[in-house]
Design a protein. Structure first.
Lengths: 178, 273
């Protein structure tokens, strides 16, 4: 896997978008838990630009968001975002979105993959790290994690898929003369 | 929009290299993550507030941020209490009830002490992270990451991202206003469905115009042969001075002290009960 200039710029713009969506388009769901669109965009960027860009967008975007929101840096959730970005880069076959080949199979893979990734990250990684680092009560962090995970998954599955489909339409299929 | 980013001043902390401030932020994060020792956490907070004072940044410049921090802490503490009113008694193994509220909810000294520690632990990282963020020039941001052996491509991505946050924000505002002129409503007055549809009507052009921008910027960088070499020098890089070594020394001391509290307390928690 190469990390080209395009990946560098995609990482930067992706993180800036992640930051902006977290700041301005978020709806409170539960105690310090928000329904936000940034994971849909993260899923989309990871699908297009691969796992390394995804990892960095999750890490940089979330760390900047936390700094600006006054969370200091809530490391456990930053790490969970990083994992979401990394793993989302592996769901879709590398380059398949770029070459405009993202059919029904791609959609199903993307949705099921996102379900697993968000389930593991918010249902397991984030709460367990909360318990290890901050010794927070287990009930609280699991409820927070499951609510956040469910919201993130639903929005990623719907909005992320629409974004990918919209993007593939602007791409010329490989081998096509149109 | 709150003030977010570099605030130029002439202070000791501004004169430190970005790298040493980053080391301090990481070191304090680790130190505060490891231990629950109240004395240590209070000590860390005092030192970091002193540093904050030295940075000549006034708290009045961070009003919105401080309000958000307070709100976050209050919500978190209420949530912890509602879910686990006896978490403190579990940790400290004693139970000194102060008064009873209702049902399973009563206030114990242990619970108050535990929640105080969680809040301190969280707050201990805030001033230093802010110092790093507010006193480091964006151009030096990347070179300081690179000085810590982060690959320059990643370091560059971080500073490029800081550079483009205002741009993306402007694009967001323009698209949002254009769509509102066409009848899209994302205010609280609209129904939830209309609001969601409106948000999508803004999100799609925003994301796709960003993709175009990626193409333009990366072409411009490639034309200038960015990324051809294995290494890169930085215009904004500064070499370490004595001051920096002292600062990094203090950072390391914090981590060592934090580990020492583990030994002294025989665990992560300091138990006064």
């Amino acid at each position: 896997m190469k990390f080209t200039v395009k990946h560098i710029v995609a990482t930067a713009i992706g993180a800036a978008l992640f930051f902006l969506l977290a700041r301005f388009l978020s709806f409170p769901l539960f105690a310090n838990t928000y329904l936000t669109l940034q994971y849909a965009v993260l899923g989309f960027f990871a699908a297009v630009f691969g796992p390394i860009a995804g990892l960095l967008i999750g890490l940089i975007g979330h760390a900047l968001t936390d700094l600006a929101w006054g969370y200091g840096i809530w490391w456990s959730w930053v790490i969970a975002s990083t994992i979401v970005g990394l793993l989302s880069g592996f769901i879709v076959k590398a380059g398949s979105v770029e070459s405009g080949e993202f059919g029904k199979k791609g959609i199903i893979r993307f949705v099921i993959g996102s379900l697993i990734i968000h389930g593991v990250s918010w249902g397991l990684v984030a709460p367990v790290l909360d318990i290890l680092i901050y010794a927070e009560p287990a009930d609280k962090v699991f409820v927070q994690g499951i609510i956040a995970g469910a919201g993130n998954f639903v929005l990623t599955a719907i909005v992320g898929t629409l974004l990918i489909l919209g993007y593939t339409k602007t791409r010329v299929k490989s081998g096509s003369l149109e | 929009m709150t003030a977010f980013g570099y605030i130029p001043r002439d202070s000791v902390l501004h004169r430190l290299t970005g790298a040493s401030k980053l080391i301090m932020t990481v070191a304090l994060s680790i130190a505060a993550m490891i231990t629950f020792d109240t004395r240590f956490l209070v000590f860390v907070i005092i030192i970091s507030l002193v540093m904050f004072g030295l940075s000549k940044i006034r708290f009045s410049e961070l009003k919105v941020l401080l309000a958000l921090i307070t709100l976050f802490l209050i919500i978190n503490n209420v949530a912890i209490y509602l879910f686990a009113p006896e978490q403190g008694t579990l940790i400290y193994n004693t139970r000194n009830e102060l008064f009873h509220i209702a049902g399973r909810y009563s206030v114990t000294a242990e619970q108050l002490f535990y929640q105080l520690n969680v809040s301190l632990k969280y707050f201990a990282i805030v001033p230093v992270a802010l110092i790093f963020f507010l006193t480091t020039e964006p151009g030096e941001f990347a070179s300081s990451l690179n000085a810590l052996k982060v690959h320059y491509k990643i370091a560059f991505a971080v500073s490029l991202s800081l550079r483009y946050i205002p741009d993306v924000q402007r694009a967001y505002r323009e698209i949002s206003q254009a769509q509102q002129a066409r009848g899209v409503d994302i205010s609280r007055k609209a129904s939830l469905r209309r609001r969601l549809a409106g948000i999508l009507a803004i999100l799609f052009p925003l994301v796709f115009s960003s993709i175009d921008k990626i193409e333009q910027i990366s072409n411009a960088m490639e034309l200038r042969s960015f990324g051809r070499m294995k290494k890169r020098t930085w215009y904004a890089a500064r070499s370490f001075s004595k001051r920096d070594f002292v600062f990094v020394g203090i950072s390391v001391l914090f981590v060592l002290l934090s580990v020492l509290t583990l030994v002294v307390n025989g665990g992560r928690f300091y138990n006064p009960f």
